[in-house]
Design a protein around this ligand. Structure first.
Ligand code: ZN
Length: 326
């Protein structure tokens, strides 16, 4: 009997490629490069205590990805794995700045990822598109240079431009020109905002960066005017409940802001963020939300918003009806 729950298929909008590196893949890379760090993982899973320790471990594992072939391995392994669940469409965030740290250019990164993505779509029916993310703490100039590069480089798989990184460094409005370039270049935009910092940053992302979606934005709760604005603009928000709870940003699923966001009419989508590190899946996310009291009506709405918010609606529509591989 299948373990897949009888639900609609999932579209996931917020997942970082570096956060998909499974324990097994991390160990194989560590072996390849002669890295023997018990810091990386113990007991076949990643463990961490709080946000700073998470960033430390995340960095250690990310540093194991050293060549274009490693990016292809990580991407293929993740898509093959997630395709066996009920996820049919994924928007994967990639950071060319981190790749370049490892000596992999943006062109090489795309040449590595594109065959992996095409192969998984052909073999497993899962569609994957890419969101190129700038790193906030690397500053506005780096983000602008990245936006120019992405717009100048043709790729049918790259559909969006986003930003992750340390929210405490640089306000969103400092990145106005990077986001403007991306938008004018035909890319959709999203931004990590309001995960740690307050509602003022969320307003900047909406009004100055003019993003199409918001990443996290859980700090919108408590500002009723902002919640109304997000709802009335029909902005899809990428909420990552397990990530918030495991990083200690939210005390428990029971008190997660997602419930107030939904009650305010916000178009919430549910996502795994860094599934390997958070030891979560889309099925787990919804199981935890149901256990915390989410109604089936809201579950269906969140699942639907994942599809609604897709930056490549045609690819999403085509993938939605495909069945998982046997
Ligand atoms: Zn994220």
């Amino acid at each position: 009997m299948s373990s897949i729950p009888p639900t609609r298929p999932f579209a996931e909008l917020h997942v970082h490629l570096r956060g998909t590196i499974s324990h097994a893949v991390a160990m194989s890379l560590a072996q390849r490069y002669g890295v023997t760090s018990s810091d990386i993982a113990t007991n076949k899973e990643f463990t961490f205590g709080g946000f700073d320790d998470f960033l430390h471990k995340y960095h250690l594992v990310g540093e194991l990805v050293r060549g274009a072939q490693d990016y292809a391995l990580v991407c293929h392994s993740y898509l093959a794995r997630v395709a066996r669940s009920n996820t049919r469409y994924v928007e994967l965030m990639v950071s060319p700045d981190h790749a370049l740290d490892a000596g992999v250019t943006y062109a090489e990164l795309l040449r590595a990822l594109e065959p992996a993505i095409r192969d998984c779509e052909a073999k497993y029916g899962i569609a994957c598109r890419l969101i190129v993310t700038a790193v906030r703490h690397r500053g506005p100039e780096a983000a602008e240079a990245l936006a120019r590069l992405v717009v100048a480089t043709a790729s049918t798989l790259v559909v969006g431009f986003g930003m992750c990184g340390n929210e405490r460094v640089n306000t969103p409005s400092a990145f106005r020109s990077a986001f403007s370039l991306a938008r004018q270049g035909g890319l959709k935009t999203t931004c990590h905002v309001g995960e740690l910092c307050d509602a003022a940053h969320i307003r900047e992302a909406l009004d100055v960066l003019q993003v199409d979606r918001l990443g996290h934005a859980i700090r919108s709760v408590g500002d009723d005017g902002l919640l109304r604005e997000i709802a009335s603009r029909k902005i899809v928000v990428e909420v990552c409940p397990t990530s918030n709870v495991r990083l200690g940003l939210v005390a428990s699923f029971n008190v997660h802001p997602v419930f107030q966001m939904l009650a305010a009419g916000v178009k919430v989508s549910v996502n795994t963020d860094d599934p390997a590190f958070m030891a979560t899946t889309m099925e787990d996310e919804f199981a935890n939300l149901r256990a915390a009291g989410m109604t089936e009506e809201f579950v269906a709405e969140c699942v639907g918003n994942g599809w609604l918010g897709a930056f490549d609606p045609a690819a999403a529509k085509a993938a939605q009806s495909r069945l998982p591989p046997p």
